[in-house]
Ligand binder design. Sequence first.
Ligand SMILES: Nc1ncnc2c1ncn2[C@@H]1O[C@H](COP(=O)(O)OP(=O)(O)OP(=O)(O)O)[C@@H](O)[C@H]1O
Ligand SMILES: [Mg+2]
Length: 300
Amino acid sequence: MTEMAESPIDTSEDGPIGTWPGPAARTEPEAPAASGAPTGPGTPGTLEARAISAWFGDRKVLDRVSLTMPGGRVTALIGPSGCGKSTFLRILNRMHELVTSAALAGEVLLDGSDIYDPAIRLTEARARIGMVFQKPNPFPGMSIYDNVTAGLKLTGTRRNRSEQDDIVESCLTRAGLWNEVSDRLKQPGGALSGGQQQRLCIARSLAVRPEVLLMDEPCSALDPTSTNRIEETIRELASEVTIVIVTHNMQQASRVSDRCAFFLASAGTPGRIVEHGPTEAMFSRPRDQRTSDYVNGRFG
Ligand SMILES: Nc1ncnc2c1ncn2[C@@H]1O[C@H](COP(=O)(O)OP(=O)(O)OP(=O)(O)O)[C@@H](O)[C@H]1O
Ligand SMILES: [Mg+2]
């Protein structure tokens, strides 16, 4: 477990945690915005964030965010720039703790188990909860084949050659890239187009058989055709992997997601969830005026 070098210590009622991630200290009262969240672990691959608060130094950027991301479904996180979507996503696979000044309160449960439990190794948590970033980040000089199997090596999973061949074919197929690269697996990953590189990164994530795939604006650097292809991939994967996607594109959120959560950090306050629920309802009959304004492009 990574120990935080400069975790803030604050004894005020609304303040953070002591040292990171001291479980006893990582609780805050439930925020009102959390009401209505489905509870309980539900279907396999269900990720549940409970009262997540986050700080960078002594600046609080998320305030008691609770959200259930059901197994085998796509949950979209939407909201204006700076409201804490990426921070929330990084907390879901323990990347927030890599930032020296960062601190956290709350719990993240995968099928009821706390991913911050000291008994769960960081590599195990990351293998179960994969991440795809805004900018495709394949290993550029490494072959397409080796890019897909790279995660297996990192997680210490040994496979013989024919097992690896099967994994490469199946992951590239599920990521929607196999037909485009099956005859050039030895070529470098960096030689692919941006959209192909992003699908290669998805294939790389899938190779370690994650239960959850987190995606932070995975199409923002891509052209419409590649975006379309990634959206298809997301829909195809959704039944087998829980997906949480951050997007600024409202059409994309409504096309790919089953559920949606609207984050907002108003007037310098920490980010909170204003409203969440089935995507169709969030877009057609939002309960909160701010959600309505945001999904209809009136701000943000
Ligand atoms: N490494 C960091 N150090 C300090 N502050 C940070 C760091 N990363 C993010 N922040 C701050 O935390 C807040 C939330 O940032 P975050 O990146 O989570 O927002 P976001 O909703 O993903 O925004 P965007 O839509 O622009 O990607 C912002 O105020 C940001 O400045
Ligand atoms: Mg972001």
